[in-house]
Design a protein around this ligand. Structure first.
Ligand code: EPU
Length: 422
């Protein structure tokens, strides 16, 4: 297992280009199942989660190749094994989003039931409820979701709300299935995340008839078949937010290109409120901080609210604020594995249920810490950039799932991160 040695404190300065979105790419890769033939996806990042998703599609029968220019081709002419194996889905929960497309394409599917993970229980009951509404018969057998559509999929009004609001991948699953269902489907309380907008745009390019895109009410007129397409995924708003925090926490200045501020209003608003400058610039923005960090509060919410995927990174930033901040996690109430690790770096964090009180400290102090999940590890790297001394982050494979060689992106702009391969 690789580890990072991060020397701090540093001040970042320079330009970083934001990569394509992981969380947009994964369901879009699954969407290629819906159309027999070869689809070409552009700007899909080179990450371990993407590689695992490619393997998952490969086991179904698809041919997945990365060309020299970085394009990802998925040839789904043949799908002869509609099974999402435990060995793969346990590594990447997003594997669940092959269920809807497989049902629509093959009329049957078996996908391993995802278990919990470091950020919480993560049930899939709403995915299954939605697919059942469209006519799927589903039962659980030996840890697998076994689904079939003996009478085909039929359009219907489907309510997708749950105790924590809408579900992103649940919406993706039902939306993909509905494109090939007979008749009209209305998905109420659909997720409005930019990644769902991107998926819907891709599906329409493949010949689907989806309207209401970006709203909580998606309307899908089922079509007989979809065609393979060429599609470029959107930039990663969570990667962009992480680099924004990197500029802010190091009192530096970063120019981010290929970054869509329109997808990040809640994040940009919060940064500006705490004393960080975010100026729109050609195809991106310039993020800088020169004064103190003002304390603030964050409540994570479904889009367009503040994203849970940036909660940990902002906790690292608030640790250095001049006063007390409050962070309330309303999407994954247990997503706090980073709290104890940040406290090892001399942060002053107190967790009360799904709330964390962050008492600002003057400085963070380097320590050996353990990465537990993707975004928690990003928070530790950010803290390491600002902390006095050499922070050692263990288990960086968590980071590699969502950030492409983060040390090679941060070092050219002033970070001192060394990867030690085990
Ligand atoms: N939920 C249910 N039942 C369901 C599905 C979800 O109760 O059937 C609950 C969840 O437990 C959670 C809430 O609904 O409390 C929202 O979960 P959601 O289904 O939206 O999460 P997801 O689709 O599994 C995606 C991202 C996550 C991101 C969440 C929330 C991908 C591959 N994953 O997960 O990204 O945190 O949406 O925005 O798109 C990450 O990139 O680090 C990551 C974890």
């Amino acid at each position: 297992m690789d580890m990072f040695h991060i020397e701090g404190p540093v001040r970042l300065s320079g330009a970083v280009r934001i990569n394509g979105s992981k969380n947009a790419s994964l369901p879009i890769m699954a969407a290629t199942i819906l159309a027999a033939g070869k689809s070409t996806l552009k700007a899909v990042p080179n990450l371990s989660d993407i590689f695992v998703c490619g393997r998952l599609l490969g086991r179904l029968g698809c041919k997945v190749t990365r060309s020299r220019n970085g394009d990802l081709s998925i040839d789904s002419t043949v799908i002869d094994n509609p099974v999402g194996e435990y060995e793969i889905v346990r590594m990447m929960r997003a594997g669940i989003c092959i269920l809807g497309p497989l049902l629509a394409r093959c009329g049957r599917a078996e996908v391993s039931m995802p278990g919990g993970c470091a950020i919480g229980d993560r049930p899939v009951d709403i995915h299954l409820r939605g697919l059942r509404e469209l006519g799927a018969q589903i039962h659980l057998k030996n840890g697998y979701i076994v689904a079939q559509t003996p009478h085909g999929l039929k359009g219907k009004d489907v309510f997708m709300g749950g105790p924590f609001g809408s579900t992103v991948l649940g919406t993706a699953n039902v939306l993909m299935a509905a494109t090939l269902a007979k008749g009209k489907t209305i998905i109420e309380s659909a997720a409005c995340e930019p990644e769902i907008v991107d998926l819907a745009n891709c599906l329409n390019k493949m010949g689907a008839k989806i309207t209401g895109i970006g709203s909580p009410r998606l309307i899908v007129e089922g079509v007989k078949q979809l065609q393979p397409a060429e599609f470029e995924v959107i930039p990663d708003r969570i990667e962009a937010g992480t680099f924004m925090v990197a500029a802010a926490i190091t009192e530096g200045e970063l120019r981010l290109t290929n970054c869509r501020l329109d997808d990040m209003m809640a994040v940009v608003d919060k940064l500006r409120n705490i004393g960080v400058t975010v100026d729109a610039a050609n195809n991106g923005c310039v993020v800088a901080r020169s004064g103190p960090i003002k304390p603030s509060d964050i409540t994570t919410q479904p889009y367009p609210g503040f994203p849970t995927d940036l909660q940990a990174q902002f906790m690292a930033l608030f640790s250095l604020a001049e006063g007390n901040s409050v962070i309330i996690e309303k999407i994954f109430p247990d997503r706090f594995m980073h709290v104890a690790e940040l406290n090892r770096m001399a942060a002053n964090l107190r967790k009360e249920g799904s709330t964390v009180i962050v008492a600002g400290v003057k400085k963070l102090i380097a320590a050996p810490v353990m990465a537990s999940d993707l975004r928690a590890s990003a928070a530790l790297v950010l803290a390491g950039l600002a902390a006095d001394g050499t922070t050692v982050v263990n288990r960086v494979y968590h980071i590699d799932r969502g950030y492409e060689k983060i040390e090679e992106r941060l070092n050219p702009v002033g970070a001192k991160i060394r990867r030690e391969s085990a």
